[in-house]
Design a protein around this ligand. Structure first.
Ligand code: PLP
Length: 428
């Protein structure tokens, strides 16, 4: 049934049938969305109890007596630093708890290094005119947006099932204008890949020409496992300690997809040297983030074990959604030889490669039939997917029924686009 083995006549006949099916679907006027990597209402309901946790005066005191209703404590209350340190696998001294968004902390970190030397005696990044950043692809569009905004040339680095191509990274960091690399080391957005031990060790052992090269270690999905038997990645700080590179990584995480996106708690971890530079900026920027929210989070979970138990409830809700997407891909698309995809063990996305040169067409066809997908190319710097094949599917938000219908549409559109392309290419 592989479309490549079809004759031109067979392909035309198949296209005719598919267009009939497609037009029938269009008439239904569907309005379905697989674009947004956001928790479903069922998931949000899991954390509702958190909104009713602080009542009287005494409830609002942190363990050290700080009145969380008032100004102060720039880097977070101790019990929240401890909790977020466990999430990231670091010591509380390395942690700064911020506001409601880890992306905001990443933006702030790069903004800080743009204006102030990362290391004494080195120019701030804004003074490096040909500054560059390594971007493993496919990747998270907002990371790419941040480095584009700050004027970095973004260099795509392909990923395989173990993480970024490390031969290429080792070569690229010989350029002193390469100042950093984005990494989503566990259940990457969108590929779902977790970095292998060898990749983490090779990253930790990098000897970049730029002494102020920094890893943006965005561990957004560090405890977002779908199964008990989950991926484990090596601890980047422990590995960098061994290689004398402790100042290289800066780690980020948040509770956006644990409690409430936009109303969670974000945190970062870094070496003493890095934190000194970063806090020097924050001390002017903020008198203290939302300590009541930090307190609510700590009281709601009790401890890290409580948070992990909570994540199992998310997994129960998410697993059937991932199953639908994977089941449709395997039963309705795979046999035609026009798709490859990952089977992630956590995170928020299924990353699909459709027939080369058709991703934009598939997204457009889906849209016309009422199914919204993340824009084709969004997973590459400058929106430029050289193969025009990668599409990010976000299964978390729609109901099971909607997801099932949306995937049916997706599979038909992927088949139409592939057949059209094969005809265009004049395949026999
Ligand atoms: N990092 C990654 C890899 C993400 O996928 C997302 C959201 O989808 C974020 C960061 C945003 O996190 P936050 O809500 O903490 O800003």
């Amino acid at each position: 049934m592989n479309y490549k083995e079809f004759s031109r006549e067979q392909r035309d006949a198949e296209l005719g049938n598919l267009w009939n099916e497609y037009n029938g679907i269009k008439e239904k006027g569907l309005k379905l969305n697989m674009a947004r990597g956001v928790p479903s209402p069922e998931q949000l309901a899991l954390s509702l109890g958190m909104l009713d946790i602080l009542h009287g005066d005494d409830d609002c005191r942190a363990e050290d007596g700080t009145d969380c209703r008032n100004y102060g404590v720039m880097d977070g209350i101790p019990e929240c630093k401890r909790l977020m340190a466990q999430v990231m696998g670091v010591t509380p001294e390395m942690v700064m708890v911020g506001g409601n968004s880890s992306l905001n902390m990443m933006f702030d970190t790069i903004a800080c290094f743009m204006n102030h030397p990362v290391l004494p005696g080195h120019p701030a990044w804004a003074l490096v005119p040909d500054r560059k950043f390594l971007c493993p692809v496919p990747g998270y569009d907002r990371h790419f947006g941040v480095t584009e905004y700050f004027g970095f040339e973004m260099i795509p680095v392909p990923m395989d099932e173990n993480g970024p191509d490390m031969d290429m990274v080792e070569e690229l960091v010989k350029d002193p204008a390469v100042k950093g690399m984005w990494c989503v080391p566990k259940y990457s957005n969108p590929s779902g890949i977790s970095y292998s031990d060898e990749v983490v060790r090779r990253i930790a052992a990098l000897k970049p020409a730029a002494e102020d090269f920094r890893l943006m270690w965005d561990n957004a999905y560090c405890i977002h496992d779908l199964f008990d038997d989950h991926d484990e990645i090596l601890n980047i700080f422990e590995e960098c300690e061994k290689t004398g590179n402790i100042d290289m990584p800066i780690e980020f995480c948040s509770t956006s997809k644990i409690t409430f996106p936009g109303s969670g708690v974000a945190a970062m971890a870094a070496s003493e040297n890095n934190m000194k530079v970063i806090k020097e900026k924050y001390k002017y920027q903020n008198i203290g983030f939302d300590k009541l929210n930090m307190l609510r989070h700590v009281r709601f979970f009790g401890d890290f074990e409580g948070m992990k138990a909570h994540m199992k409830k998310h997994a129960e809700i998410l697993r059937p959604r991932f199953d639908i997407v994977l089941d449709k891909l395997s039963t309705r698309l795979e046999e035609y030889g026009v798709v490859s995809y990952n089977r992630p063990r956590g995170g928020y996305f299924v990353c699909v490669d459709v027939y080369d040169g058709t991703a934009k067409r598939v997204v457009a066809l889906c849209k016309e039939a009422g199914v919204n997908l993340t824009g084709a190319g969004a997973t590459y710097p400058y929106g430029n997917d050289p193969h025009d094949s990668n599409i990010r599917i976000a299964p978390s938000f729609p109901s099971l029924e909607d997801l099932s219908s949306a995937m049916d549409v997706f599979c038909i559109c992927a088949r139409i686009a592939a057949l059209e392309k094969m005809n265009e290419q004049g395949l026999a």
